[in-house]
Design a protein around this ligand. Structure first.
Ligand SMILES: Cc1cc2nc3c(=O)[nH]c(=O)nc-3n(C[C@H](O)[C@H](O)[C@H](O)COP(=O)(O)O)c2cc1C
Ligand SMILES: [Mn+2]
Length: 530
């Protein structure tokens, strides 16, 4: 357990988290002068690859750069989540399965059948109540409020890779509201800095921020009594081949947006979890840290942000404006090329005194985001089982960059079930874009790639067992026939049954008999093999 839990409190802010990391030997301060242009990336990339491959590595320490060229008063934090251990510390658990268990506990609730059942449920309901975000009057993020004389270049924002289109804010919690229901969403979408006061807003079209934007677009269109043309709804039109917002169907208006940078780790992590659309990620953060997230109102927009943030950007996205975003060296190991995305105009910045700028880099895996993704894999397993109960375990291998490969083991009970599972996964929120799904029987340890390779390839008749489908694919897929749309593949590597048309005998796996094993164990010394 970490310092936060010893005190029975969640990390109060980024600074307490840094303090805890340092005390645990998980953070290094770098006092040598470093350039935010490329140099910090090269250092962090090397550190991310430290240590042995395996379930506990690699992943060197978190880095706090204290002498950033051109930014004498700034510090840059990077790689805070960059190992399995730090991901556990961030969520204050010894194993990520503890969180999965906590989720299961809530899921397992049945409707109470009598008074006694109801009474038993009370502590749990009280528990739940503890997680809702709480509004407070003010907080550290309001120490400095800048309405006029600010520039994004006041902050040590990195240019990550040589061909990047500029500097990018890479670890922002972007807060928006659904114009219909007022429901909040927090998502991590990178921001390409265009100039002192504007950035790209890289919410990919299947993400919740993009849906809030589309909903505003629909409303603005209805208000202006123009038809929200399909083209206008397909608003993140691509520079090549895509439809455009233009052609007289533009709808004007502003969508308020706020961005929190440098929050406590539960808030940053909750911004990347693939939560169902209507769930407020600040509630998830409260659940993870077991203490409500404290929110303050923004100065210029009707949005709340974590009071403990190091930096808050307030502003709006103009509905009828798209601009080229990228290129950006992405977590696929390739650059994502320029595409049209909305523009975020910053109207006010509030921040702590001498703010710490929290960031990350993505690139060839493993990088920091690999460990965030692995945490999502563990935490979401019980939620996947809600709709696909036969799932035993799931592995998203790091080099599969989360959308390219999912290996899933199932308890098979009826013919064709592996294909049902694939279709279930392709219907499951962000898992919809999984390019390749391998389904194996429950006796296969999906965490062991060697065992998976042996069994999957032995067990398949490729033509019979591969299922292709067409549908939405990840926005970062550079090989699909069209942006965001392409084919996906499932491999049914379960043992085939007669009821599936397989009438040949299925061979047994080679396993030594226990008597021989025991005899050899007992006699091992006699053989002189060491
Ligand atoms: C470091 C990092 C950067 C990310 N950048 C983006 C991005 O630029 N655009 C995007 O759509 N998703 C990005 N994601 C993934 C989203 O944060 C993730 O899909 C999240 O669940 C979206 O939240 P939403 O479902 O509320 O939209 C990033 C994730 C990480 C870990
Ligand atoms: Mn969301």
């Amino acid at each position: 357990m970490t310092a936060a839990s010893e005190a029975g409190l969640a990390y109060q802010d980024l600074r307490e988290w840094i303090f805890t990391l340092e005390r645990a030997g998980e953070l290094k301060r770098i006092k040598a002068e470093v350039d935010p242009i490329l140099e910090i990336t090269e250092i962090t990339d090397r550190v991310s690859k430290w240590g042995p491959r395996g379930s506990h590595g690699p992943g060197g320490p978190a880095l706090l750069f204290e002498n950033v060229k051109g930014y004498p008063r700034s510090r840059v934090l990077i790689n805070q989540f960059g190992s399995e251990r730090r991901m556990q510390m961030a969520l204050d658990v010894d194993s990520l399965d503890e969180i999965a268990d906590r989720i299961k506990y809530f899921i397992d609730v049945k409707s109470p059948e009598g008074l006694l059942d109801k009474i038993k449920m009370l502590p749990m309901l009280a528990d739940l109540g503890k997680f809702f975000p709480k509004e407070v009057k003010t907080g550290p993020c309001k120490e400095v409020i800048q309405h006029d004389s600010f520039s994004l270049f006041d902050f040590p924002i990195l240019q990550c890779w040589p061909q990047d289109g500029g500097r990018f804010i890479t670890l922002p919690s972007v807060v928006t509201k659904d114009p219909a229901k007022g429901k909040r969403n927090v998502g991590m979408y990178r921001l390409h800095v265009y100039d002192d006061r504007s950035t790209g807003m890289h919410w990919q079209r299947q993400k919740q921020g993009a849906e809030h934007y589309r909903e505003r677009m629909r409303r603005a269109a209805a208000h202006g009594e123009v038809q929200p043309a399909t083209a206008a709804l397909d608003m993140m039109a691509r520079s090549s081949g895509g439809s455009r917002v233009a052609e007289g169907k533009q709808v004007s208006g502003r969508m308020p947006v706020a961005v929190a940078i440098g929050t406590d780790p539960a808030v940053a992590f909750s911004s990347i979890v693939p939560a169902p659309p209507d769930i407020d990620e600040f509630l998830i953060a409260g659940f993870l840290r077991q203490k409500p997230v404290e929110l303050v109102k923004c100065e210029t927009v009707d949005i709340e942000v974590p009071a403990n943030s190091e930096i808050v950007l307030e502003g709006y996205v103009q509905l009828d404006e798209l601009r080229s975003e990228g290129p950006f060296g992405d977590h696929t190991g390739f650059y994502t090329m320029e595409e049209l995305y909305p523009v975020f105009h910053v109207t006010c910045i509030t921040h702590r005194k001498d703010p710490i700028y929290a960031t990350t880099i993505v690139g060839k895996p493993p990088m920091e985001d690999a460990w965030m993704g692995k945490a999502v894999e563990r935490i979401f397993l019980p939620l996947m089982r809600l709709t696909i109960p036969e799932i035993v375990d799931v592995n998203l291998p790091i080099e599969g960059i989360f959308h390219n490969l999912m290996i899933v083991s199932i308890r098979k009970s009826y013919p064709g079930q592996a294909r049902k599972v694939m279709n279930g996964i392709w219907a499951l929120g962000q898992a919809m874009s999984t390019k390749c799904i391998l389904v194996v029987d429950e006796d296969v340890n999906v965490q062991d790639i060697g065992e998976v390779t042996l069994k999957v390839l032995n067990n398949i008749d490729p033509e019979r067992d591969i299922q292709f489908t067409l549908g939405p694919v990840d926005s970062l897929d550079h090989a699909s026939r069209l942006p965001d749309f392409g084919s996906k593949m499932g491999v049914d590597a379960t043992r085939k049954w007669p009821s599936e048309g397989f009438t040949r005998p299925w061979p047994d796996e080679i396993i030594m008999d226990p008597e021989t094993k025991e005899r050899v164990t007992k006699r091992w010394k006699e053989y002189g093999l060491g």
